[in-house]
Design a protein around this ligand. Structure first.
Ligand code: KG4
Ligand code: ZN
Length: 340
């Protein structure tokens, strides 16, 4: 029997990237992201500027996605969009566009939870990447999120741990700001850390019960440490940058791995899937590999373009929901604090 080709357009606009992607069944045909450079000058995302840039980018990005996929809008079966969580002004741009486009084309609209999408990105058909078996643990680590989720099935997920303050990417970015590095600082710290001694300086890990995380205390500890040392030696940062970065990265990775160890112990699940921009970190990747050897874990890291904020992950959720006939109501609203 010939399998019908289902084409879904995914739209993501929850933070500072305007993204559109076309999926054909489980396979991505195009994955376009317009990153907003404007925020670099501010050292963080400015919500008002983000919504304006989404407004400007959304139509060209969707057209590029269709063009790259070599399909026309009339071939689409449904439109999936990020309903939340995220910045309200940014979400509204994607939601309004998706509603109008779906209504105009007379096809179903599918609302997607951004945090579920980070996890379900593992189910995109991609050569060389295995899909985790249910149940598995998912750890989403990015500039906006830090969560450990027990994934029983595609849409049966339980958050078992999350940050009570900063996200892990923020911990990298804020540490970088203290050190006078650019934004986002995560990749820069990663680069210097490779050249440094991770045991050169010790930072205490926060004591947070259970599987929750906290990173704001670490940021303050780093700030006081740097202020103290530069008082004694104004060139302290320049002279020790590699070692400082290596020590910060080592501490952050230690916090993540400790929680993963506890999560595997509590749940008995040893399949661990990682997502979010921080999963690009070379130290995390190494620590996960070590975990396979030391603790018998099986770890899954998606292709890089599906880990940072992207619309391919929205499109795969759209496809999975389309198969179940799970469509959005006509009056669906964006939701800044949408939970898993
Ligand atoms: O997923 P993402 O692109 O956007 C969201 O925040 O949703 O993640 C961006 C975050 C930033 O905080 C950035 O500093 C961090 O991911 N990041 C890294 C690395 N690459 C990106 N952090 C540590 N090491 C990296 N190699
Ligand atoms: Zn995200």
């Amino acid at each position: 029997m010939l399998k019908q080709n289902i084409y879904i357009l995914g739209i993501e606009s929850s933070c500072d990237d305007t993204a559109a992607s076309i999926i054909q069944n489980g396979k991505i045909l195009s994955n376009i992201v317009a990153s907003q450079k404007i925020h670099e000058a501010y050292g963080g995302v400015v919500p008002e500027l983000a919504s304006r840039a989404h407004q400007q980018n959304i139509v060209p990005v969707v057209y590029q996605a269709l063009e790259k996929a070599k399909i026309t809008k009339d071939q689409l079966h449904a439109i999936a969009f990020t309903r939340g969580p995220g910045l309200m002004g940014s979400l509204l741009v994607g939601a309004s566009f998706a509603k109008s486009f779906a209504y105009g084309l007379g096809i179903p609209l599918i609302d997607v939870n951004h945090m579920q999408a980070h996890i379900l990105a593992h189910f995109i058909d991609e050569e060389g990447f295995n899909k985790p078996p249910f149940p598995f643990l998912a750890m989403t680590i990015s500039g906006g999120h830090t969560q450990i989720v027990k994934v029983n099935n595609y849409f049966d997920m339980e958050v078992i741990g999350e940050t009570i303050d900063d996200a892990v990417g923020e911990a990298f970015d804020k540490s970088g700001k203290i050190l006078g590095l650019g934004y986002p600082a995560g990749p820069i710290i990663d680069k210097f850390a490779k050249l440094g001694n991770s045991k050169a300086f010790q930072f205490t890990k926060p004591k947070v019960a259970g599987l929750n995380f906290s990173f704001s205390g670490l940021k303050t500890a780093i700030l006081y440490f740097v202020q103290n040392e530069t008082k004694k030696n104004p060139d302290f940062i320049q002279e020790n940058l590699n070692d400082i970065c290596a020590s910060i990265q080592y501490t952050i990775i230690g916090i993540l791995i400790d929680k993963l160890k506890l999560a595997t112990k509590q749940t008995g699940i040893k399949h661990i899937a990682i997502g979010g921009g921080v999963s690009a970190n070379s130290g995390i990747r190494q620590a996960l590999k070590d975990g396979e050897q030391k603790f018998g874990w099986t770890t899954y890291v998606p292709k890089f373009e599906f880990t940072t904020d992207n619309a391919a992950m929205i499109a795969i959720v759209g496809y999975l929901k389309y198969l179940e006939g799970d469509f959005a109501k006509k009056d669906v609203m964006a939701s800044a604090r949408l939970k898993i």
